[in-house]
Design a protein around this ligand. Structure first.
Ligand code: NAG
Length: 192
C-alpha cells in the first residue's frame, strides 16, 4: 500500500501444501535495499530461489553502477527474470514496494508468474486470498495516509482478509518504509 511519503508491505506467515499447514512462520518479504522490499507469494522453493537471485542482481547492480537500485528498476529486473522462464515459469507472484533512493517517491507494483507488471497508485495484492484482499483494500485504503495510519490500514485489511480464507493467515508481518526508517511489526492472527 502507498501512503504519504511512505509505503507498506505485509504478508501472512503460513506455508501450506493445499490444506495441509507445513509452517506457521514462513517469511515471504525480503529487504533488497535500505528503502525497497520484495514480497514473494507462491511455491516455497521458488520463493527461496528468486529471493537469492534478486538479492544477487541488486548487489551486482550496486557494484557495477555505483548507485542503489530504485524500486522501479527492480520491478523491471523482476519482470524480465520471470519472463525469461516464460514457458516453464517460476510459480511465484512478486510484489515490489519501496521509496526511490534519491527522491523518496513511493513505488509499488506486482507481477504475475510470467512478469507482467501491474503498476498501481494505491495498493496491489497477490496470493491465494486476493479476492478477500481486494475487498478489504478497496474499503479501507485512502490517499495520503501517514505511516502509523498506513500501518493500521494495511494490518486490518490483511487480517480481515486472511480470516476469511482457510489457506491463509496463522500470523502476519507488516513493514512500513519511510525515508528515515523501516518499521517492522509481527501481528498475531487467528490460527483456525
Ligand atoms: C486458493 O486455493 C484453492 C485451493 O488450491 C483454490 O481452489 C482457489 O481457487 C484459490 N483461490 C485463488 C483466488 O487463487
Amino acid at each position: 500500500m502507498v501512503g504519504k511519503n511512505c509505503v507498506a508491505i505485509a504478508s501472512d506467515t503460513r506455508l501450506g501444501a493445499q490444506a495441509m499447514t507445513v509452517d506457521m512462520n514462513f517469511p515471504k518479504i525480503f529487504p533488497m535495499t535500505d528503502h525497497t522490499m520484495i514480497g514473494l507469494a507462491g511455491l516455497a522453493t521458488d520463493v527461496l530461489t528468486l529471493r537469492d537471485q534478486f538479492k544477487y542482481k541488486v548487489k551486482m547492480y550496486h557494484l557495477k553502477e555505483d548507485r542503489v537500485m530504485a524500486p522501479r528498476t527492480l520491478a523491471h529486473v523482476v519482470s524480465s527474470t520471470l519472463y525469461e522462464k516464460r514457458f516453464g515459469p517460476y510459480f511465484v507472484e512478486p510484489i515490489v514496494a519501496g521509496l526511490d533512493p534519491r527522491t523518496h517517491e513511493p513505488f509499488i507494483c506486482c507481477t504475475d508468474t510470467i512478469g507482467c507488471i501491474d503498476f498501481a497508485k494505491d495498493f496491489v495484492v497477490v496470493g491465494n486470498a486476493t479476492e478477500n484482499l481486494y475487498g478489504m483494500c478497496e474499503g479501507l485504503w485512502e490517499p495520503n495516509l501517514e505511516p502509523e495510519d498506513l500501518f493500521e490500514t494495511i494490518s486490518q485489511a490483511l487480517l480481515n482478509a486472511v480470516d476469511r480464507n482457510a489457506l491463509a493467515g496463522w500470523g502476519a508481518v507488516v513493514h512500513v518504509i519511510t525515508p528515515e526508517r523501516v518499521i517492522t511489526r509481527n501481528l498475531k492472527a487467528r490460527c483456525d
